[in-house]
Design a protein around this ligand. Structure first.
Ligand SMILES: Nc1ncnc2c1ncn2[C@@H]1O[C@H](COP(=O)(O)OP(=O)(O)OP(=O)(O)O)[C@@H](O)[C@H]1O
Length: 763
């Protein structure tokens, strides 16, 4: 061991023993806090069982309960803080830091160690700086020489005199490098050479400079990341979320961040990254789940269903209609359509209660018609809604003394009655001190509960039939565009037919939701601060705009790779940004382009790049492996060939994925391997977890994922006849980290034939 390493190990030992001491003391503090919580909770439970119906006691009880509640909240908070301290220290212990920077500031030299969380000693000196601290930015951005870092007083200058990287395992320095690179190659080589386990890891030790720009961006309201396959887009946004949470602790929590992920498997795949950085996961949802939640009762066609149907199955007329419905223009059409609606053309719908109309559509029409046309349609709908709400309140007031209500109250046992008169009501009653008032309030509360569905229908804008309204909108478009009239009417017919089966095409989902929101004034979630959209190339402009509308206060990060588009043509990053910023009316849009691919070996990337018309702009990280292989076979021998290739791969790697073009082909492959001696898992869009070493799935389900070895099944000319499939093959190839094998049943696709030299052809 050389002198430097010995000295570093000595320092590390010192840090580890401080961590150990702090673990002991914070564990003790945690246990004390836990005991206190238990005691206070017990006390609280005793107190709230006091009968709040004893009116004289009610006021006092309330004040006491409130006080107890505050105490509980405080001790619970202390306990959870202490728990977090213990967890963080325990996470830090095996590998407390990964970097060191020595800086010289006005003649004073300082050594800073950087890890996943900060650590201070008894004198409040920093033994470790959190990787997200402003000064830690130097580690990722700076090369030796003059550097700057942000401080509250402005940019601070310093000289970076040393940068050192550590690989620490179980509190021992495995190796360390001094480097002048931003973050040197050795560490990255080591990280990328690892085998894949089914979950993604954090990359904080080796974040690259261009990725750092994404992670530390706090000013853009629209951040667009165009990055080639395996360039670390997903990694970068997860570290970005950790960074944002750290910097806005007071104002931001993980529930205010939503990540739209490409599929459910992906959600599970990335689930460990934020917890490994000591943060809670953000919310995750797929577009299909988001749309289905807003269109309950209907089965919304997913991108995968559409893909399985075939991209070009429809004729050119229905493709044209689909293009319009998925463009930004549809929002303008909808706004104009809503503007010209009248009392009779709005499809008001009865609000029912216990099987009959509580408010009829005719009553609503009347209310709407009486409102001044000087107001916009939306304002009149909002007014109508308000009036309905007032009518509901008045009807409740009138019904309070109805026999059936009094009877219902009389039939209640004490528990039900108490439940009806919660603290708030009891407090009010105590003030007024009258039994008659108590009954009236109880009756009112009872009616409010019984009629909750009516109130909800008013509140949620379910007093018009949005599906009929949308069908009407399609006729409106037919009238507006006479030369395409038949096409729009055919669309309307299809829409109504599908509706009968409770199904709806993907392209109809966002216009319907927007129409509903335009009329009801609802549908927006003000609480979300950040929205991340992964695989942005698979979203239509209308879908993106709808999300913008649904989360009006959020900053958006869109990331993807236009080369991996399922069917869309490739678009240049600058034009992408322009299109998105205009549509989003972004004030401070930023584009980050990532051209370096980290996931796959150079040989795999050489093949993947060659498939693309402008693939030479992709730079692959220099990590070497086997050249991809192509096996030609025929129907008769395919099963044996496949088993043989799987045998070879599972001997070498932890995860082997067989990727097919469609789900049907995935099922065929699963059948071929039905008797395979090891577990084989066939995955579908509904699956959330992968468990086997050998996985089979269609390419679109593998989006965002990676595997040690990939076997691309049936890359024949039959299966991939034309240029449109380039993106698919590129996506397939770039899922492989270390090894790629392709099987063609019959003649290989010309797309691969063209790039023959990048492959080894197997006999
Ligand atoms: N700076 C880095 N340090 C270590 N590993 C990295 C780094 N950047 C990327 N990687 C690794 O490269 C692989 C690809 O990263 P990631 O999945 O984030 O890329 P992506 O751009 O989202 O890919 P795709 O678009 O193909 O799904 C992952 O294994 C990731 O851990």
């Amino acid at each position: 061991m050389n002198e430097d390493k010995r000295a570093e190990q000595q320092r590390l030992d010192g840090v580890v023993s401080i961590i150990d001491e702090q673990i002991v003391s914070s564990q003790q503090a945690y246990e004390e806090a836990h005991a206190e919580t238990r005691a206070v909770e017990g006390n609280y439970l005793n107190n709230i069982s006091i009968n709040t119906i004893e009116l004289d006691d009610a006021m006092e009880t309330n004040a006491e309960v409130q006080q107890q509640r505050n105490i509980v909240a405080r001790v619970v908070e202390t306990e959870s803080i202490m728990k977090k301290v213990v967890d963080t220290l325990t996470d830090l212990r095996p590998s407390p830091y990964f970097g060191r920077i020595d800086i010289n500031e006005s003649g004073e030299q300082e050594q800073l160690y950087i890890g996943i969380a900060s650590l201070q000693d008894g004198q409040q000196d920093f033994l470790i700086y959190d990787w997200r601290a402003p000064i830690s930015g130097i580690y990722y951005n700076g090369t030796l020489g003059p550097v700057t870092y942000p401080t509250p007083a402005g940019e601070q200058r310093a000289d970076l005199v040393k940068k050192r990287q550590f690989n620490i395992d179980d509190a021992q320095i495995v190796n360390m490098f001094d480097t002048n690179e931003t973050v040197g190659d050795e560490m990255l080589q080591y990280a990328l050479g690892q085998e894949n386990d089914s979950t993604m890891r954090n990359i904080v030790a080796t974040i690259q400079q261009e990725q750092n720009a994404i992670i530390r961006d706090t000013t853009s309201d629209l951040l667009v990341v165009q990055g080639v396959a395996g360039s670390g887009k997903t990694s970068a946004i997860l570290q970005r979320i950790a960074y944002l949470l750290f910097h806005a602790r007071e104002d931001l929590n993980s529930d205010q961040i939503v990540l739209f992920s490409p599929n459910r498997l992906f959600s599970a795949y990335i689930a460990d990254v934020l917890p490994s950085l000591g943060e809670r996961n953000m919310r995750q949802v797929t577009l299909a789940e988001f749309l289905s939640a807003r269109l309950q009762g209907l089965k919304v066609q997913s991108l995968f269903d559409r893909y399985e149907d075939g991209p070009n199955r429809g004729d050119s007329a229905s493709n044209m209609i689909r293009t319009t419905l998925e463009s930004a223009t549809i929002f303008t059409y909808l706004a104009e359509y809503v503007q010209q609606l009248t009392a009779t053309t709005i499809r008001f719908a009865d609000i029912n209660y216990q099987g009959s109309a509580f408010f009829t559509s005719t009553a609503m029409e009347r209310i709407f018609a009486e409102l001044s046309p000087a107001y916009s349609v939306r304002e009149r709908v909002v007014q109508t809604q308000k009036r309905l709400d007032e009518r509901l309140s008045r009807r409740i007031e009138r019904m309070v003394n109805d026999d059936w209500v009094l009877e219902a109250l009389n039939n209640m046992d004490e528990y039900q009655y108490n439940d009806l008169l919660d603290e708030e009501v009891a407090e009010k009653v105590a003030e007024e001190d009258s039994i008659a008032d108590t009954m009236a309030l109880a009756g009112k509360r009872y009616l409010e509960r019984s009629l909750q569905s009516v109130a909800d229908a008013i509140y949620n804008g379910f007093f018009f039939d949005v599906y009929e309204q949308y069908a009407d909108f399609l006729s409106y478009l037919a009238e507006r565009n006479p030369e395409q009239s038949d096409w729009w009417l055919a669309k309307q017919e299809r829409f109504l037919r599908e509706l009968e089966y409770h199904r709806i095409d993907l392209e109809d989902a966002t216009p319907i939701l927007y129409l509903r929101d335009l009329l009801s004034g609802y549908g927006t979630n003000q609480a979300m601060h950040y929205i991340f959209i992964d695989e942005m190339q698979d979203y239509s402009m209308a879908q993106l705009l709808y999300l913008r509308h649904a989360f009006p206060n959020a900053k958006f990060t869109l990331l993807g790779d236009s080369e991996q588009a399922l069917f869309r043509p490739v678009e240049k990053p600058a034009s992408l940004l322009k299109r998105y910023s205009e549509a989003f009316t972004a004030q401070s849009p930023t584009l980050v382009v990532l051209n370096k691919a980290y996931r796959s070996t150079q040989e795999i990337m050489n093949f993947a790049k060659a498939l693309l018309p402008d693939g030479d702009q992709i730079v692959s990280f220099t990590r070497s492996g086997e050249k991809p292989q192509l096996a030609l076979t025929d129907r008769e021998h395919v099963q044996a060939k496949l088993s043989q290739l799987v045998d070879q791969q599972i001997d070498k790697w932890k995860t082997v994925a067989i990727l097919t073009k469609t789900q049907v082909q995935a099922e065929q492959v699963a059948e071929m391997l039905a008797d395979y001696p090891q577990a084989v898992q066939l995955l579908t869009a509904d699956d959330r977890t992968r468990t086997a070493q050998i996985l089979i799935m269609p390419i679109y389900l593998a989006k965002g994922l990676e595997f040690d070895a990939v076997i691309g099944f049936d890359v024949s000319a039959n299966n991939y006849p034309d240029q449109l499939a380039n993106g698919l093959l590129y996506t397939l190839a770039s899922r492989a980290m270390h090894e790629l094998i392709l099987i063609s049943v019959g003649t290989v696709t010309p797309l691969i034939e063209r790039v023959a030299p990048t492959l080894t052809w197997l006999a």
